[in-house]
Design a protein around this ligand. Structure first.
Ligand code: FES
Ligand code: MG
Length: 585
């Protein structure tokens, strides 16, 4: 339990705005009453900001206006007063060129909303991919009491008797459509399938990966992340978040007390046991950075080696988040890997992680496997096949690159083949279905200029499509390499996040079509078999590509963003030096 001294009323931040007996205080109270509030409603009680990432172009968050009403009830009944504040909504599929570019924007917005307004605590509402890290990074930097209210996954769907999930099956059916196994009317009808209701992707994509990591870190209630968005329990969860936020204010239970290296490593262990999205390998170092904690790719690789994938959820497995919910959700999974966790970490409930998950057992061992019988069995040829992440280095990626072995083809985890290099996504898309494309199943497809600076924003281009002529021959996977990311709902043998990226002169920029590339997951190596002398010659002739953005937010982004292995945060936002409270005069 927390041993925090309880705050008294005079210590609340909001009192600086609302309690002062001067002209400013008068104006603050006056302006609240301008919108019909009664003085006693907001004075003398914790003021809670509900940071809501709802928008009509964020289908995954379509229900969050209604849920905010439940949060408000919880806040009011606990003796606080709620204000709902809209924040940038990063609907993953709609926002272009990529939501990743705006994660830091959202994080900045959250931090400055919390700082600039009379708030004592916050409920952070969201869940679609980049929203969760954006909300948490901002809350960590401002560091007032905050609880995360995950949006919840969408409901399962079925098609022709098969369980179908968001993202994963879109890709599967697309490949069948490309080769003519599906006719156009069926393809159009499929638009209304797979994404059955509001809520985040029901596969183990980036959304459920990140919300689960945040839950394991202790920033929301145990079990919160798998409660389906359309379940009545989700409304009750929202109410409980509002209640708890008020209590957390009195307990001064700030994110910096919850987020420690130990709680981050608990989050990493959950990530690996879930077979989570490679995107988490970018977000985790960024979140840690906001807490002033070092969390490296090597830390992730180390945990991945000892925590196999246990969750049988697409794309590594064949079930969905609703099944995971019924099987006991994250607390049940954490109990199965409790030996790999630090159960003494403090959480937003005021209790330890161990206390939170005590007795929460798994009720379906097919959905959440046991550590002795993980989802994907290791074989002598492919001992890493059942791991969620491997970090490779070599002369192509001296600062690291990542791959998700559990969603890859085991035989490709050790592969040597000639590179076919594309300088842009547009160039790749124009060429990939050419019947004369010089590629076979041993070719290594390479995309560069897809990184944080180069693309910019590191879009999810890394799951390069299999060339049509090879799809027609039955090829469904090839080794692919890029400085981009990949959707967490996707699968394939894709080496991602190559750092440093090509646009800043990383060695990926020097690779040429025809060069032989070698991946060896066992050795955690990715190399191009090109001599140092030849690479030096190519380096001398290399010219940095021009940056397309000369103004605006994206120009700031390109100047400030760090490389993938460091989390792609802005250099100016990292660290946890305290920022002074704003003057209210
Ligand atoms: Fe929103 Fe997948 S698109 S969670
Ligand atoms: Mg996604």
């Amino acid at each position: 339990m927390t041993n925090s001294p309880r705050k008294n009323l005079k210590e609340l931040r909001s009192q600086r705005w609302f309690a002062s007996d001067d002209m400013r205080g008068f104006a603050h109270r006056q302006r609240m009453q301008q919108q019909g509030l009664v003085r006693e409603e907001f004075m003398g009680r914790p003021v809670i900001g509900i940071i809501n990432t709802w928008s009509e172009l964020s289908p995954c968050h379509a229900h969050l206006r209604e849920r905010a009403a439940a949060v408000k009830r919880g806040v009011l009944q606990a003796g606080g007063y709620p204000f709902e504040l809209p924040a940038m909504s990063l609907g993953e599929v709609m926002v272009k060129p990529t939501t990743m570019i705006y994660r830091n924007f959202l994080a900045m917005e959250v931090e400055e909303l919390l700082r600039s307004l009379p708030l004592d605590g916050a409920v952070l509402m969201g869940g679609c991919d980049k929203t969760t890290p954006g909300l948490v990074m901002g809350a960590l930097s401002m560091d007032i009491p905050a609880i995360f209210c995950p949006a919840g996954p969408m409901l399962n769907d079925r098609y022709k008797g098969l369980t179908v999930g968001a993202g994963t099956h879109t890709k599967k059916y697309w490949e069948e459509y490309v080769v003519g196994n599906i006719e156009q009317p069926e393809w159009i009808a499929l638009e209304a399938k797979m994404t059955r209701a509001p809520g985040t992707c029901n596969t183990m994509g980036t959304a459920s990966t990140m919300t689960s990591i945040i839950e394991a870190m202790g920033l929301t209630f145990p079990g919160a992340t798998s409660v389906p968005a359309m379940d009545a329990g989700h409304t009750r969860l929202a109410w409980a978040c509002g209640q708890r936020a008020v209590e957390m204010v009195w307990e001064d239970l700030r994110p910096s007390r919850v987020v420690t290296r130990a709680s981050l490593l608990n989050g990493v262990a959950a990530y690996m046991a879930l077979g989570g999205s490679t995107n988490a390998a970018v977000h985790l170092p960024a979140i840690a950075g906001r807490a002033g904690i070092e969390l490296s790719l090597d830390d992730l690789d180390e945990v991945a080696r000892r925590v196999p994938v246990l969750a049988n959820i697409f794309p590594s497995g064949n079930r969905l988040m609703e099944d995971f919910f019924f099987a006991g959700g994250l607390p049940a999974l954490l109990n199965k890997i409790s030996a790999q966790l630090d159960l003494s970490t403090l959480t937003v409930t005021g209790k330890t992680l161990g206390e939170n998950i005590a007795g929460r057992i798994c009720t379906d061992d097919d959905v959440i496997r046991d550590p002795q019988t993980p989802l994907i069995a290791a074989t002598p040829e492919s001992p890493e096949a059942g791991t969620a992440l491997a970090v490779v280095r070599g002369n192509l990626c001296p600062d690291g690159a990542v791959i998700k072995p559990s969603a890859a083809t085991p035989r490709l985890l050790r592969h040597t083949g000639p590179a076919l290099v594309f300088d842009s996504n547009a160039e790749m898309l124009a060429a990939v279905n050419d019947p004369d494309l010089d590629a076979d199943e041993n070719t290594v497809l390479v995309l560069r200029n897809g990184g944080p600076v180069g693309a910019p924003g590191m879009p999810e281009w890394g799951n390069l499509p299999i060339p049509k002529k090879l799809l027609q021959r039955g090829v469904r996977d090839m080794l692919r390499i890029s400085d981009s990311r990949m959707s967490g709902t996707h699968y394939g043998t894709c080496v991602l996040h190559v750092a440093p990226e090509s646009a800043v002169g990383g060695p990926l920029a020097l690779l040429k079509t025809g060069d032989v590339v070698s991946l060896d997951i066992g050795q955690r190596r990715l190399d191009m078999l090109v001599s140092d002398d030849e690479l030096a010659r190519r380096r001398a002739a290399w010219v940095a590509p021009p940056k397309a953005y000369t103004r605006g937010y994206v120009r700031i982004y390109q100047q400030e963003v760090t490389q993938a292995d460091k989390g792609c945060d802005f250099t100016v936002l990292a660290g946890n030096a305290p920022t002074s409270e704003p003057s209210i005069y």
